[in-house]
Design a protein around this ligand. Structure first.
Ligand code: NAD
Length: 247
């Protein structure tokens, strides 16, 4: 995939970083969006420039703020003139008892996970529609479908919203932009680090392959969906969870 430009939100660590690295390996020019982790983003950039012959750009933007998203997209267009692939990866979660959740915290989760996905898709989608092509890949979660945890009801609702957005965007942007959604199960990143040893063992028991995913195992599916090999995959909600055991 040469002369292709991909923007990955939350690209400084976890699944986002793994996705950036997989794109670079495939010859794609990458834009690493970050909000708080400038040093991590710069480290990913250095790693890529040392290993691969692609262009890399780091841009700070809080994806839940419209003016920052607009400015980020303008900066990318100034440098590359286009965006071929958008991966709406950035996300947050905050586990607490249902009754302990505050409206402000609930809104914060929705603002980043759902509104952030909407804003990036709106501004990047506009650029893609002008060119008549593009691929958008949203990262939701199996929590959005069938793996419920009352402690993350705000997160689960935000990710269910991302699935709904995927369907609506696929219709709005057809036939020019392909929009798909990946629902990971448990992945070994900072997001799942808060679990106790007992919780991890309990969760692993419910997974058919008996382990959490490595971030690269999600990233490879993202890069596949962004490639020409997936030219007829559209409006799909794809579980990447190692198989779940419900018994
Ligand atoms: P992570 O916490 O390592 O990465 C999330 C990234 O999003 C971080 O780089 C963070 O700085 C960035 N981010 C947060 N708020 C932002 C904002 N307002 N603007 C820009 N960037 C922001 O976690 P991860 O596991 O790599 O998560 C990546 C995606 O995968 C998330 O959407 C998450 O919900 C989803 N997911 C993760 C798991 C898991 O088990 N780790 C499972 C299912 C889905």
């Amino acid at each position: 995939m040469s002369n292709v430009v991909a923007l990955v939100t939350g690209g400084s660590r976890g699944i986002g970083k793994a996705t950036i690295l997989e794109f670079a390996k495939a010859g794609v020019n990458v834009v690493i969006n970050y909000n708080k982790h400038a040093m991590l983003a710069e480290a990913v950039k250095d790693e890529i420039l040392n290993k691969y012959d692609v262009e890399v750009m780091c841009i700070k933007a809080d994806i839940s703020r419209e003016e920052e998203v607009e400015e980020m997209v303008n900066q990318i267009i100034d440098r590359f003139g286009k965006i071929d692939i958008l991966v709406n990866n950035a996300g947050i979660c905050h586990d607490s008892l249902f009754m302990d959740k505050s409206v402000n915290n609930f809104k914060k989760i929705l603002d980043v996970n759902l509104i952030g996905t909407y804003l990036c898709s709106k501004y990047v989608g506009r650029v893609m529609l002008d060119r008549g092509s593009g691929k958008i890949i949203n990262i939701a979660s199996t929590n959005a479908i069938d793996t419920y945890y009352p402690e993350s009801c705000d997160y689960d609702a935000s990710k269910a919203g991302v699935i709904s957005l995927t369907h609506n965007m696929a219709r709005e942007f057809a036939p020019h932009i392909l929009v798909n959604c990946i629902c990971p199960g448990w992945v070994k990143t900072e997001m799942s680090e808060g679990l106790s040893y007992e919780q991890i063992e309990e969760e692993k028991e419910k997974i058919l392959v008996k382990r959490f995913a490595d971030p690269s195992e999600i990233a490879k599916v993202v890069v596949f969906l962004a490639s020409s090999k997936a030219s007829y995959i559209n409006d799909a909600i794809i579980r990447v969870d190692g198989g779940r055991f419900y018994g």
